[in-house]
Design a protein around this ligand. Sequence first.
Ligand code: M6R
Length: 361
Amino acid sequence: EKAGFKHFMAKEIAEQPAVLGDAINHYVKKDGLDLPEGIDFAGLDRLTLVACGTAYYACAVAKYWFENLARLPCEIDVASEFRYREPPMPAKSWAIFVSQSGETADTLAALRYCNEKVEKTLAVVNVPTSSMAREADLALPIHAGVEVGVASTKAFTCQLLSLAVLALKAGVDRGHITETQLAAHLEGLRALPGLMNTALGTADEIAGLAEKLAEAQDILFLGRGPLYPLAMEGALKLKEISYIHAEGYASGELKHGPIALIERTVPVIVFAPHDRLFDKTVSNMQEVMARHGKVLLVSDARGLREASEGTWATLKMPEVAEPFAPILYALPAQLLAYYTAVAKGTDVDQPRNLAKSVTVE
Ligand code: M6R
């Protein structure tokens, strides 16, 4: 069942180009987006996205998309906080619940709360027969296929894809994306499986770096814009399976505290495609290097040309359409966690203390 791979997680990481391609084919047709009836974001005042764990980080990326591509005010929350805070919900709002299993207790409770309060609830799930799919007004399957590894990988990138498609639809509905712009964004999405294949080509290099990372006590992840949630996801993945303490920060937050942690033994992994915020991230990275932090810069050819000097290591990603960079950069984040765990000899598919689906609080 592992198809020759040592772990389900390795198989599920490697599957992503094919799986994402399949998910794209479900929602992106030659002449545009193909979504279930009843999804129209035109008159909304606000969108709320609720989830737990990795699914929450997918929501945190999507917030950038809904705000930038559709100018739709967007709140995100972890389900365990949302459900007990019982926040007021504007009548003209929708709420989206993101969950691989569709059974996570807190997310399901948040969905039930919103079913009474908002115009429409939408479940973005991998299991189409799940409680959330049944109880939400609308269900959108992410088409990732069965995910066995406790550490979520292909479900994360497929959650991102589904949310990207929804954000594009919102942009069109709200008049912020023209037909020409939509066509360009869809090209950007269609290019992803090929780019992911290229990214998977860094696996051996990452395995080499992981030997060193496995010796660390603490590892920091940095990113800006939509790469900030990816930094948090990278840290979650790493701590989950390698048991190394890791934190994801917005690059700009570094000098507000975490920079005090920097010393020779602390690796700092920076996700920084050459986007409009690149120079800002580089200056944060230089602050780390000035304090002898070991920087691993993950960027594209242009970014590496401009900013490799003084880093401990670099990883080259192909160029990617700017908004969708987190979908591609998820792969090195997953591979770094995977190979570090393998180097430490942990139980990658069944990490201690964790369950695949958290159906009790
Ligand atoms: O099934 P769900 O997507 O609702 O699960 C949410 C989290 O429990 C899950 O993403 C968890 O954080 C993963 N183990 C992360 O790899």
